[in-house]
Design a protein around this ligand. Structure first.
Ligand code: NIG
Ligand code: FE
Length: 417
């Protein structure tokens, strides 16, 4: 593919590493050069170096360019749905009550165990395809609805196959400690041993995950149990993530800080000590506003996290229980309307800080020379307007490694493959 130069970009959102949560390093009236799948240069239209003058050009007619969005927390592959529980919760039954009665995660475990790998793959592939139309280029994806060796491996192998087939980058996470499955309900120690002694080694041996996650919560695992699983995972080379302090303060943020986890996610009930410990340890907070919305929980105090110096990422948490939507731009809007982030802060959370939450900030998440040419073209004059005007989809093209993987209109000079 020829190298090419985008010109007449209204706002180029670099989402550069410096400047903190609200600093996106926006360049107005910008240009961007792309070569061999990487960003070669960005700057103002007036300052395009001579060497790029002869490259194929694409006039973006003042559209906005943002880094490819990164959904750094999803439960992408699962069987069935749980619309019935959605209704029950609206009628006043709590998430925890449904879980204790054998619904919730366990209901999706039954459906996921019963689904074939092909069924899981076909459904997840459709989701990835739709995500790409929203400007998403990288997706973290967790297991955790199998909860036995065979079904956890099945899910992670589906992700490995999808990574081969999909133009998007998939980042797999092992979440064997999502909850205690029904058959181990009276034998949770045995289930933890299964996770630590059988599942983890096999997942690592087959190179099926980059991260290990644990749900630390009253309806799932204690802080000590989480420590046991994550310490074992770290010894095997996986990095730690935690579903932390979502429905109660279970000390998840403190555990994440103690273990040097790459992220702690949810955090609606985080304690001041947990918050300060995360700031000191450099753990990224992942804000998941769909889960707050669907569980009608208290909002994350995102402003306090930012003020304390914690980097806040934003993701969908796509799953059939608490977050049945993969619409990351909508989650960005909710990070503002529910959590009080500014649009710039929320967009940094779904780009550069989301890359940080995956340990991939040297490769993706910002539009800087040398980084992957993952970006989306947005039909909006600026970040504020994009996030504020909540339409079905403002994304008019998505590029992955410099290749166009989605567009609503032809872009002259840029081939599909
Ligand atoms: O991130 N909190 C734990 N896990 C999911 C919900 C899983 C489910 O209800 O199926 C979450 O919200
Ligand atoms: Fe989750």
């Amino acid at each position: 593919m020829n190298p090419f130069l985008f010109t007449n970009i209204g706002s180029l959102v670099r989402a550069h590493p410096s400047g903190g949560q609200g600093d996106l390093g926006v360049i107005a009236d910008a240009a961007m050069a792309v070569e061999r799948g990487r960003i070669a240069w960005v700057g103002t239209s007036r300052a395009v170096p001579h060497e790029y003058e002869t490259w194929d050009r694409v006039d973006l007619q003042q559209k906005m360019v943002v880094p490819g969005l990164i959904d750094c927390h999803t439960h992408l592959a699962f069987g069935g749905w749980r619309a019935d529980e959605f209704e029950q919760r609206l009628l006043g039954v709590s998430y925890q009550e449904i879980a204790r009665a054998g619904g919730g995660i366990l209901s999706t475990v039954r459906a996921t165990r019963g689904a074939s790998a092909d069924e899981l793959l076909a459904r997840a592939e459709r989701v990835l395809c739709e995500m790409s139309t929203l400007g998403v280029t990288t997706v973290e994806c967790k297991s955790g609805y199998g909860l036995d060796l065979e079904s956890e491996i099945k899910t992670l192998k589906v992700y490995a196959s999808l990574a081969q087939r999909s133009p998007l980058t998939l980042v797999p996470t092992f979440l064997g400690a999502h909850t205690v499955p029904l058959e181990y309900r009276e034998r949770r120690e045995e289930y933890l041993s299964l996770v630590v002694d059988r599942m983890l080694p096999e997942v690592v041996e087959r190179n099926l995950a980059r991260f290990c996650d644990v749900f630390v919560e009253g309806v799932a695992f204690t802080r000590e149990e989480g420590r046991r699983v994550l310490t074992a995972a770290q010894k095997l080379g996986l990095r730690a993530k935690i579903h932390a302090d979502q429905m109660s303060d279970g000390g998840g943020a403190l555990l994440a800080s103690e273990l040097g986890a790459v992220s702690a996610d949810h955090l609606e009930y985080i304690s001041p000590e947990g918050r300060d410990a995360m700031a000191r340890a450099g753990v990224v907070a992942v804000a998941l506003p769909f889960a707050t919305l669907y569980t009608r929980g208290i909002p994350l105090r995102a402003r306090e996290l930012v003020a304390a110096g914690v980097r806040v990422a934003v993701a969908t948490d796509f799953n059939p229980g608490t977050a049945p939507s993969f619409h990351l731009p909508f989650a960005i809007n909710l990070a503002c309307t529910l959590y009080g982030l500014t649009p710039s802060e929320a967009v940094k959370g779904a780009t550069y800080y989301a890359a940080c939450a995956l340990g991939m900030q040297d490769e993706i998440g910002s539009l800087e020379p040398g980084k992957s040419a993952d970006f989306a073209i947005i039909d909006a004059p600026d970040v504020n307007h994009w996030v504020y005007y909540l339409r079905a989809n403002s994304c008019i093209a998505t590029f992955k490694n410099g290749k166009k993987i989605y567009s609503t209109e032809p872009f002259d000079g840029v081939s599909d493959s």
